[in-house]
Design a protein around this ligand. Structure first.
Ligand SMILES: C[S@@+](CC[C@H](N)C(=O)[O-])C[C@H]1O[C@@H](n2cnc3c(N)ncnc32)[C@H](O)[C@@H]1O
Length: 203
């Protein structure tokens, strides 16, 4: 099952072909959360667990919660958690945070979502779980929009958006009851821009 190993200063992560393989967007999120989050947090869409496990290893007295809709990703995150002797994390297979009692969860959330627009030519060859790794909806940002709408008062969401789908100005216009701050930005070799935004609900 294991086919690739990622080693950082904090963790050793095994990946397999059923789970999103960490790439630029994953490292953008990992580096950001390691610099920014010192308390309890939830990662939606943990994949291999690279970001949330690094955070849990760094802040061993805090509690972390990892969610993925792909049960193979949750099994892998659990495996990676055990391999790195990390015990301050719970891993659950679920669709975002919508089925949880929110008062039981930390109010700091982060999500490196599937953000590509649907592609009728390629998508028909992908399984549902593969699509969930890459495709965020017809235009790409629909799942991100849904998660933003699930935010409650006081919640903070760190989320990545891509220029292949939507810009920070467009997402702000779309969610006028929310406030967005640009926290980090990365330009890919092919010109795609990834923005890491902080989102919260306006009172
Ligand atoms: C782009 S990958 C990011 C994986 C990992 N966080 C990383 O940065 O390498 C998106 C992840 O979100 C998961 N996902 C997609 N839709 C989801 C949903 N509605 N609820 C929870 N996880 C979801 C996918 O299964 C996938 O693991």
């Amino acid at each position: 099952m294991a086919y690739c190993m990622i080693t950082t200063d904090l963790v050793e992560i095994t990946n397999n072909k059923s789970v999103y393989s960490p790439r630029e967007d994953s490292y953008l999120m990992m580096n950001f959360v390691l610099e920014t989050i010192n308390g309890d947090a939830v990662e939606i869409g943990c994949g291999t667990g690279l970001s949330i496990l690094s955070l849990a290893k760094k802040n061993q007295s805090k509690n972390y919660f990892a969610i993925d809709i792909n049960y193979k990703a949750t099994i892998l995150t659990n495996y990676n958690s055990n391999q790195n002797r990390i015990s301050n994390i719970q891993v659950v297979c679920a669709d975002s945070v919508k089925s949880f009692r929110r008062e039981g969860l930390p109010g700091t959330l982060f999500f490196n979502p599937p953000y590509l627009p649907e592609d009728p030519v390629i998508d028909k060859y992908l399984s549902k779980l593969e699509l969930a790794q890459f495709t965020g909806g017809k235009k790409g940002y629909e799942l991100t929009s849904k998660i933003i709408e699930q935010l409650e008062d006081g919640d903070i969401l760190y989320v990545i958006i891509s220029s292949l789908s939507i810009t920070p100005e467009q997402i702000q216009r779309l969610h006028s009851a929310h406030f967005f701050e640009l926290k980090s930005k990365s330009v890919m070799d092919d010109g795609e821009i990834l923005w890491l935004l902080k989102a919260r609900k306006l009172r």
